[in-house]
Design a protein around this ligand. Structure first.
Ligand code: MSP
Length: 667
């Protein structure tokens, strides 16, 4: 049996868990579940990073002793996991005895090898990052690029890890293993860090006179270990140390999942530490981008920190997890907004997936009393569907394996949508009317069998709901019975004659969306929210969202108001100067469904009408007609105004990325 080991970063306990932490943990959980679906044994590590100045300062601020403070926040990180649907195998606390022993053994080993030495060093120390910066690494104004504050210059005697010794080896390792760091952009970033100059040795101690909250160096009790050197070892202490049985079983297949903020410690410090200790190097460092909120970095001071449990309480766990995986393209940043989440919920989950389930179960109830009918012979429609389904499952699996989660879900949705279309083409109601029962049975069986396969694939993303979907289909989920790869080709595992549910409402639509003032508080991230037993029916609570009174919404547009705009792509058929006005142009525009609009627009000083014929534009079509200098205008062309290089105000017409069908709706 193949094994799969994955770690999330162990999170600092200076603040409660937020969207960013939740995302990495959910993603890691999904990836492990995917590997389990393929029959692999998995080990998922997460935990809390508890040492260092930063934590001491945060505890002081809360007027708590460090131990009580770290106990509380570490517990919040631990407690949130089941609520996020994360099934971790280990939770490491760096303040635990087990971890301390592992760090000290590792330090001693590297020290005995001669890779740690004592020396004097002066550098710019950023307390936020807990590390020294070289002049070169600081921004032009001398501030830390992460925290934008001026580091303190500290000169002291310390212990150093001979990282420079491993520079050439690391460059070679990265070059020989193209997917060691992925996606490629981060690999390139690390190579360019390594190739831009000599790697400096790493200062791995802090004098106890300055910081006592850390792990004592085994070879000098006047010092504690640098927090990163300590934290990275959680990936091994989670397995019971280098001598542990789990280490033997899993370490050869180790992969890490982190965001881009901690690329360097993982790609450089950690790889060199492992090499020095003569341990196998992890297989992949998987690096994702950052979640922004309305394109801005989340921060306490801006009050825009997203509380994951609030989202789950309002929109349901399945919607939240689906949204995170579907919306972010692995490696790039993504923007979080309630509008985007609700739009995914309505379009993908309510309209496509939920609708498919409710339609098919209702038809099976009506035509076969909810008993699974037999499939007889495949017709042309079924053959077409079979080939599309095969591609869809194959693509889902390949993409998921390669961390292209959004594309994987997109590929699966091609089948979900194709099944909805298949219902319309096969028209079971006509078959029923004509009493073509064998054919009707084939259509219903085909739909239900693909719905079973879709549910199995979705277990990686929304485990509880996928299990509920399977149980609606009369299937009890058992991970030991699943062989996802075989599901690409096989067909027909649903048992004819079994009893299915008669109806369901998996993802009710959310009609009204209001911007949510819960984005802005992390106060509740660790404590409120759903119980550990978050059920898929939490999705149903969302209907209540509509009636909630939300504060500070004055500056926002109600989504339902936006929906009132009928915006379409139009193709300009004719364009000419207005007979009575210099500033106006008159257009004939094809806005689809054989409808041509006459539109008058005040853009004559910016465009030559001849240049516009054939161009596609965005048209607001549901404005009341009005006369402009004697010519009726039946809509409005949208433009963007800006100042050009000469500081002159100019206009640009809005259009689609490629030439598309006239009348395409913009939403
Ligand atoms: N304690 C270190 C990690 C040590 S690992 C040996 C640390 N902790 S952290 O609490 O700051 O967590 C950083 C990680 O949290 C990121 O790498 C990422 O996984 C997650 N995220 C925090 N904010 C994030 C976003 N805004 N967006 C996406 N993920 C981010 O660094």
């Amino acid at each position: 049996m193949k094994n799969f080991y994955l770690s999330t970063p162990i999170y600092y306990v200076n603040a409660k868990p937020h969207l960013g932490h939740a995302y990495t943990s959910i993603l890691a959980d999904s990836l492990c579940r995917f590997h389990q679906l393929k029959g692999e044994k998995t080990f998922l590590v997460t935990g809390s990073d508890e040492h260092g100045d930063k934590i001491v300062k945060a505890a002081e601020k809360e007027k708590l002793d460090v131990k009580t403070f770290t106990d509380n926040i570490s517990q919040a990180f631990k407690d949130i996991l089941p609520k996020l649907g994360v099934n971790n195998s280990a939770f490491v606390r760096t303040s635990s005895e087990k971890h301390k022993k592992c760090v000290q053994e590792f330090l001693q080993k590297v020290y005995d090898k001669g890779d740690i030495y004592f020396g004097e060093y002066g550098g710019h120390y950023c307390y936020g990052c807990e590390r020294f910066y070289t002049e070169k690494e600081l921004l032009a104004d001398g501030t830390c690029p992460q925290h934008l504050v001026k580091p303190e210059y500290i000169s002291e005697k310390n212990y150093f890890f001979k990282m420079s010794k491993y520079q050439d080896w690391l460059v070679k390792h990265i070059e020989e293993n193209p997917d060691f760091i992925r996606p490629e952009r981060y690999r390139n970033e690390v190579l360019s860090m390594l190739n831009s100059g000599d790697l400096e040795d790493l200062c791995i101690s802090r004098p106890k006179s300055r910081l006592s909250w850390g792990i004592e160096l085994p070879f000098d009790n006047n010092y504690v270990c640098y927090v990163w050197f300590d934290a990275l070892l959680s990936y091994i202490s989670a397995l019971g140390g280098e001598k542990g049985q789990a280490f033997n079983e899993f370490w050869n297949n180790a992969e890490h999942l982190v965001a881009k903020d901690i690329l360097k410690p993982h790609a450089i410090f950690w790889a060199c530490m492992l090499k020095s200790a003569e341990l196998p190097i992890y297989k992949h460092l998987n690096v994702h981008g950052y979640w922004l909120v309305r394109d801005t970095k989340m921060s306490k001071s801006l009050g825009n920190v997203v509380a994951p449990l609030d989202m789950i309480d309002k929109y349901g766990l399945a919607t939240f997890r689906y949204f995170l995986l579907r919306e972010m393209h692995f490696g790039s940043d993504a923007s979080f907004s309630i509008e985007a989440l609700v739009s995914r919920r309505n379009a993908d989950l309510a309209n496509d997936l939920g609708n498919l389930f409710s339609r098919v179960l209702a038809m099976n109830a009506k035509y076969f009393g909810s008993v699974l009918p037999q499939k007889v012979v495949d017709g042309e429609l079924e053959l077409e569907l079979a080939s599309l389904a095969k591609n869809s499952f194959q693509n889902f699996q390949t993409m998921f394996e390669n961390l292209r989660f959004s594309n994987a879900l997109e590929a699966l949705w091609e089948l979900v949508r194709a099944l909805n279309k298949y219902i319309d083409s096969a028209a079971p109601w006509v078959l029923h009317k004509a009493q073509e029962i064998p054919r009707l049975g084939t259509v219903i069986y085909t739909l239900l069998e693909y719905m079973r396969k879709i549910s199995l694939h979705l277990w990686a993303v929304m485990p509880e709901t996928a299990e509920e979907m399977l149980s609606l289909l009369g299937v009890k989920f058992d991970i030991n019975q699943v062989n996802l790869e075989a599901e690409i080709e096989s067909f027909g595992s649903l048992q004819v004659g079994s009893h299915l549910a008669a109806n369901c409402n998996l993802f009710p639509r959310i009609d009204v969306v209001k911007p949510d003032n819960s984005i802005g508080s992390i106060g509740s991230t660790g404590s409120t929210g759903s119980t550990g037993k978050t059920k898929a029916n939490k999705e149903k609570k969302v209907a209540n969202v509509q009636s909630e009174t939300l504060k500070s919404t004055e500056s926002y547009l109600d989504f339902s108001d936006f929906q009132k705009l009928d915006l379409r792509i139009g193709t300009i058929l004719e364009a000419e100067q207005h007979p009575n006005a210099d500033k106006l142009l008159c257009f004939k525009i094809d806005v689809g469904e054989e409808s041509t609009r006459q539109i008058v627009s005040g853009i004559a000083e910016f465009f030559n009408p001849k240049d516009l014929v054939g161009k596609q534009v965005v048209v607001l079509t549901n404005l009341p007609p009005r006369k402009l200098r004697g010519v009726e205008s039946q809509g409005m062309i949208l433009t963007a105004a800006y100042s050009n290089n000469e500081n002159k105000e100019v206009l640009s017409l809005l259009t689609a990325m490629e030439h598309i069908k006239s009348g395409a709706k913009i939403s």
